[in-house]
Design a protein around this ligand. Structure first.
Ligand code: KG4
Ligand code: ZN
Length: 354
């Protein structure tokens, strides 16, 4: 039997993504973004994002179908991001998906966008390991998950107590006057700076906190330390080297993320880490994780850069995993869940399962 042809729709934030996937094969992946409209405000404006999804959805869908060389009638199942994300943005994608699914008479899956960041790796590296640690790092999440089946068995080991890694990068970017989103700019400057020039603190890395929060992260103290350092230099009339600040800051974030991910892979016995989310584009994360994992005998899978930031492929890949696992489609009346729990892979009924 051939694998189902799954249409995936992503509209959690500023990207409208539509993709077509069959099994582990990606047939098309199209994305429209409204980031240019948000940049000048220094953050995502939900109303602008929702409106942009409305305008972009049909053209993006039609480009994706053309690219895959298929018609809507050939689609076997539809997956749509049900959360976490912005309610207005999610609503546009969910309405579109419900309309298509009911018109075509196909099953509909409301899927977890964050778990999709890991599922997308199947499109690059094939089926996921039977037991692995998921490190999800994005603008809204920094979590360690223990996964035995991406469709049905996701356990949350820990997460950030305050800012997410991408969010902390974006805030430091703003502090240094870099364009929004600051993450990629801070990453670029960090590569040019010295990692030893300024040492910033690591959150939850010592004493009781380290034991109590073995799989958790905290980046807000670090962010404050960077702000103090920059303000202190300004007050003294000293010139700071933004490259060194970025390098020291990036090292502190990535030291925590990689040390704890490798530890979780060892503690759980899984021995494999799969990384996902926009922040997994970070060059130092990739480098340091590879180094530390190799030293500990842990394997690492990271999707290629184009799959890291939000896209329809992650939603289609998640839908394909649910279909493969025989998970029941979602009821028609599910609503967006801006805070969808990470242990919930899809919407099972009308109300979010809590
Ligand atoms: O997963 P994503 O596309 O959207 C969310 O679901 O949050 O992640 C976007 C986040 C932003 O905070 C962005 O600054 C960050 O990922 N990001 C990076 C890099 N590329 C994207 N942060 C650091 N280094 C990068 N190279
Ligand atoms: Zn995301």
């Amino acid at each position: 039997m051939t694998d189902a042809l799954v249409l995936g729709i992503e509209s959690t934030c500023d990207e409208t993504g539509v993709a077509l996937v069959r099994g582990c094969a990606l047939l098309a992946d199209r994305t429209a973004t409204s980031m240019d409209e948000h940049s000048r405000y220094g953050g995502i404006i939900p109303e602008i994002a929702s409106r942009a999804h409305l305008e972009s959805f049909l053209p993006t869908l039609s480009c994706a179908l053309d690219e895959a060389g298929v018609t809507l009638e050939q689609v076997d199942a539809i997956a749509v991001a049900a959360g976490p994300g912005l309610v207005g943005s999610l609503t546009v994608g969910i309405c579109a998906a419900k309309t298509l699914a009911s018109t075509l008479g196909r099953p509909l899956y409301g899927v977890n966008h964050v778990i999709g960041h890991l599922a997308v790796d199947t499109l690059a590296h094939g089926p996921l390991p039977e037991h692995f640690i998921g490190l999800v790092v994005s603008g809204g999440h920094s979590n360690l998950l223990e996964i035995r089946d991406i469709a049905t068995d996701v356990r949350e080991l820990g997460g950030t107590l305050d800012d997410a890694a991408g969010e902390a990068f974006d805030k430091v970017g703003r502090l240094l006057g870099l364009p929004y989103p600051g993450g990629p700019h801070v990453d670029r400057l960090a590569r040019e700076g010295s990692r030893e020039a300024v040492r910033f603190p690591r959150g939850l890395a010592a004493g009781k906190d380290k034991e109590r929060h073995r799989h958790d992260f905290s980046f807000s103290g670090l962010k404050t330390a960077v702000a103090r350092y920059v303000e202190g230099a300004e007050e003294r009339g000293e010139q700071i080297d933004a490259r060194d600040v970025c390098a020291g800051f990036s090292e502190a974030v990535n030291d925590s993320l990689t040390a704890k991910a490798v530890q979780a892979a060892i503690d759980s016995g899984a021995g494999v880490i799969v990384v996902g989310g926009g922040f997994s584009a970070n060059s130092r994360l990739r480098e340091l994780l590879a180094e530390r994992a190799e030293a500990a005998g842990v394997r690492v899978r990271i999707p290629p850069l184009r799959f890291c930031t939000d896209n329809g492929a992650q939603i289609a890949a998640m839908g394909a995993a649910l279909v493969r696992a025989g998970v029941a489609p979602s009821d028609w009346d599910f609503s967006p869940d801006s805070a969808m729990p990470l242990t919930q892979t899809s919407m099972v009924g009308g109300a979010p399962a809590r």
